[in-house]
Design a protein around this ligand. Structure first.
Ligand SMILES: *Cc1c(COP(=O)(O)O)cnc(C)c1O
Length: 831
């Protein structure tokens, strides 16, 4: 048992203030948004480039958290006396203290611990090993891919006295990081998966990168790796030598502990013949249930460990057969009756459940939150205690209804008495009693262990759709957000444009993510878009760019801030403000776009009016918009616009008698005019993965993938035609054509017809044949002989960039994105 008063000795800190009672430290908390159980939680106020944990102390205190680690006394808001019941530990650096505490915790256990690093496959190898060794060992492993400087301490903290094996992954992006992780994980065994090009930026050379990663293994008894990565082999032999390495290889079997030869590879499986030196050579054949190269490599790492562990070979095969590809992504899916389903049907242990609950809690949608939960497969804990712990977590995560499925959870259903809900012994029983009308406007977390086959429940919740979906990768979105954030000076605020259904991506989901990642402002085109966001629980300030007078009441009711761009609008607004206070406004200044806004010659009149009416009105910001921010040829004009803005804004401020935020730049402008970020920037298309200046395209990740399916494949004999107007013709030879389930009513532009557009099927491009119809179109798949009904078709996405497609029909990526019709279902993915 660890007490708060034990911490100074473990972290070289000093106690600034003691809580009224001796308090046990049970949970480590880094993110103020993820308070599970306030009692026993120790919050580390960590400072990073973009954020400062100290800022969240009042919020945490209000929610019942009492134990805090801080590294700047002066940054405790209001000082420690504002938190009379809190304990404060002052350390030199909160992150270092967290790591020291985790390292101390690790030292309490003398069990084997496998440390895994490498460029790819860490998480999969970890999860698979846990599956493969799960029947022999009680395993503690990193949840998901918790492998960073903060993720590793949290993972190791989960170790307890019942565990017989730890499996933790370590990921780094800079020099000096691995030593710290090694100190926390203290691995006794290691796996170096492979070496790719990821995160190269932080390392001057490939050699340096491999040596840095090797730091994880400095103290291991045995390191497993594949000899076919030369750089890994060199570094491993230099550091550990043959006695402390277990080498497997396909290309250099001479001298390897395990030689692997692939003897058969089909679409579903790979058969390998292995020579194991132990020390006599033994020979075996195994079948891996995978065909793709990354999975085969990952499975071979696991096989090496299992053979080394001397698991009987027949047993190894039996376990390999049950190995499943891992759905690493938590997917949020639109479902029936305006519900959303968070699909997490892969495994269900306590750590994974906590993460999934966090994801659920982060959804600020109105409406009920429901949890559909299978038996929790947690090794080594009495079931009563386990389900009591599960139930205790739920209120803080906003769960109101619990549907339990499985014999164990059903047995302990009395522990869930505080929730509405129902219990079923099996998934079949739940499905047999499934009544869709009982679920409305809710967010439903479906969390089940593999063998409960909860994917059948998810399928039941998903409306029948016509096969076309827009997949929105929220991780890519966050990546892009951070790309732009990194370009801003610390004080510069970020407004994100979520107009037009967030450029087609789904406004509420994107807004929600932006709120979570602490954007400062959102902007929409119309009041109704803002209302919709508010109804889904978005509380960020929202600017409405095109407010009509008949929407002013809504602006007031939902606290939406209008952009005011003309005297007419300003007079209307002042009129409305006579009766009741109205939200602050944003003044649009026209410096050359000649679209909306007050021009320089309007300023006198505007200032006079503002001076007179200032008490009735609050101006939150002034903005202007560049007409050619993305193009070099307009640079002079852009600078003139910016100069005009700089001339105009002080006059308005003088009239108002206070200063207001100023902002001028869109996505392209952020990259191209760093000197003009001013107080805020307005990020749009860049967030959605299109780098509008064209200079740094590779730095962004594509966010949206529009995909559909093949409905039918047929032959088109020479001389026949396809579709309306008989435009698509098989001229001189017979073709194979596929009809795909997307048409102009889905937003697929008719201009793509007749060979202008292409789609991707089975990795190959296929041109559109004939005219695009309303709900479908036809493509030529003569060169893709395997193409068949049901195949996935990528309409745009990573394989088929938006920018290329847009240029083929003489438009811009913006239009393709925003054209995807609302009838196309959005699926939101996080990795
Ligand atoms: C849409 C919009 C933006 C964002 O433009 P992007 O080119 O998508 O970054 C910025 N400002 C205003 C006024 C806009 O209407």
């Amino acid at each position: 048992m660890l007490l708060f008063t034990d911490l100074p000795a473990l972290t070289s800190g000093t106690l600034l203030q003691l809580p009224p009672e001796a308090t046990r430290v049970q949970y480590l908390l880094l993110d103020s948004r993820r308070v599970g159980q306030p009692a026993g939680s120790l919050f580390f106020a960590i400072r990073g480039a973009q954020h400062n944990g100290h800022r969240y102390l009042p919020d945490l205190y209000q929610r019942g958290v009492r134990l805090f680690v801080v590294d700047r006394v002066e940054e405790i808001p209001g000082g420690k006396l504002a938190f009379p019941e809190a304990g404060f530990l002052l350390v030199e650096d909160s992150l270092v203290a967290l790591q020291a505490l985790a390292a101390w915790h690790r030292r309490q256990f003398e069990i084997p611990v496998i440390g895994i690093t490498g460029s790819n496959g860490k998480t999969i190898v970890k999860e698979w090993l846990a599956q493969l060794l799960g029947s022999d060992e009680l395993i503690c492993k990193s949840p998901r891919s918790y492998n960073s400087q903060v993720g590793v301490p949290l993972s190791v903290w989960e170790l307890n006295a019942t565990h017989t094996l730890g499996i933790f992954e370590a990921g780094i992006s800079e020099r000096g990081e691995m030593v710290k992780l090694a100190h926390i994980i203290q691995p006794t065994l290691g796996i170096f998966t492979n070496l790719g090009t990821a995160h190269d930026a932080g390392f001057p050379s490939a050699e340096e990168k491999v040596n840095e990663k090797m730091q994880l293994f400095a103290a291991v008894d045995t390191l497993f790796y594949c000899r076919d990565h030369d750089a890994i082999h060199r570094a491993a032999q230099q550091m550990l030598g043959p006695a402390r390495t277990f080498i497997w290889s396909r290309q250099h079997q001479q001298g390897a502990n395990l030689g692997v030869t692939v003897t058969e590879a089909s679409a579903e499986r790979t058969v390998v013949h292995v020579n194991l030196v132990r020390p006599r050579v033994e020979e075996y054949t195994f079948t891996l249930p995978f065909a793709d190269e990354p999975s085969v490599e990952n499975a071979l790492h696991c096989l090496a460990v299992l053979l080394w562990y001397a698991v009987p070979t027949a047993e190894i095969q039996r376990r390999l057969d049950r190995l499943l590809p891992i759905a690493m992504r938590l997917e949020m899916k639109q479902a029936l009756n305006d519900c959303y389903v968070l699909d997490d049907t892969y495994n269900n242990d306590l750590a994974g459940l906590t993460l999934a609950l966090d994801a659920l809690a982060r959804q600020p949608r109105r409406g009920q939150r429901t949890l559909i939960l299978s038996d929790v497969l947690e090794s080594g804990q009495p079931a009563g205690e386990l389900y009591a712990r599960v139930a205790a977590q739920l209120p803080a995560h906003g769960v109101e209804r619990v549907i339990g499925i499985g014999p164990a959870i059903s047995e302990y259903q009395h522990l869930f008495g505080a929730f509405q809900g129902a219990f079923f012994a099996t998934t079949e029983e739940f499905l047999a009693n499934f009544q869709p009308e009982q679920f409305r406007h809710e967010t439903i977390l479906v969390k089940g262990a593999r063998r409960f086959e909860f994917e059948r429940i998810v399928a039941a919740f998903q409306q029948k759709i016509h096969g076309t979906v827009l997949e929105v990768n929220l991780d890519a979105l966050v990546h892009n957000l951070n790309y732009y954030r990194a370009r801003l000076a610390p004080g510069t605020r970020l407004m994100v444009m979520v107009k037009a259904f967030a450029y087609g991506s789904g406004s509420y989901e994107v807004a929600n993510l932006l709120q979570f990642h602490r954007a400062d402002y959102l902007a929409v085109a119309y009041a109704d878009e803002g209302v919709e966001l508010r109804q889904h629980g978005i509380s960020l300030p929202i600017m409405v760019m095109n407010p009509s007078p008949d929407s002013f009441q809504k602006l007031r009711q939902y606290h939406l801030e209008p952009e005011i761009y003309s005297f007419e609008r300003l007079h209307d607004y002042l009129l409305a403000a006579q009766d009741q206070p109205m939200p602050a406004i944003h003044l649009k200044l026209d410096t050359g776009m000649r679209r909306l806004g007050f021009a320089e010659e309007d300023l006198d009149e505007l200032c006079t009016l503002l001076r007179k009416k200032a008490p009735q009105l609050r101006v939150a910001s002034m903005l202007t918009h560049l007409a050619g921010a993305d193009e070099e040829q307009h640079n002079d004009f852009s600078r003139q616009q910016l100069a005009a803005f700089q001339r105009m804004t002080p006059l308005v401020e003088a009239a108002l008698g206070y200063s207001v935020l100023r902002h001028a730049l869109n996505s392209a402008g952020i990259v191209r005019f760093p000197e003009a970020h001013l107080d805020m920037v307005r990020l749009g298309i860049g967030l959605y993965g299109v780098e509008a200046s064209g200079k740094d395209t590779a730095a962004l990740r594509p966010v949206s993938t529009l995909r559909t399916i093949i409905s039918q494949v047929k032959k088109l004999p020479a001389g026949q035609t396809v579709g309306y107007g008989r435009r698509g013709a098989a001229t001189d030879f017979e073709r194979r054509i596929a009809t795909i389930a997307i048409g102009y009513a889905d937003g697929y532009d008719r201009r793509f017809g007749n060979g202008v557009g292409e789609v991707v099927i089975r990795g190959l491009r296929a041109p559109i044949l004939g005219n695009v119809c309303m709900d479908m179109c036809m493509v030529d798949v003569t060169h893709i002989p395997d193409a068949q009904a049901g195949d996935l078709v990528v309409v745009f996405g990573e394989e088929l960039p938006l920018v290329e497609l847009a240029s083929r029909i003489g438009t811009i990526a913006y239009e393709l994105l925003t054209n995807v019709s609302e009838r196309v279902k959005r699926i939101f993915i996080t990795e």
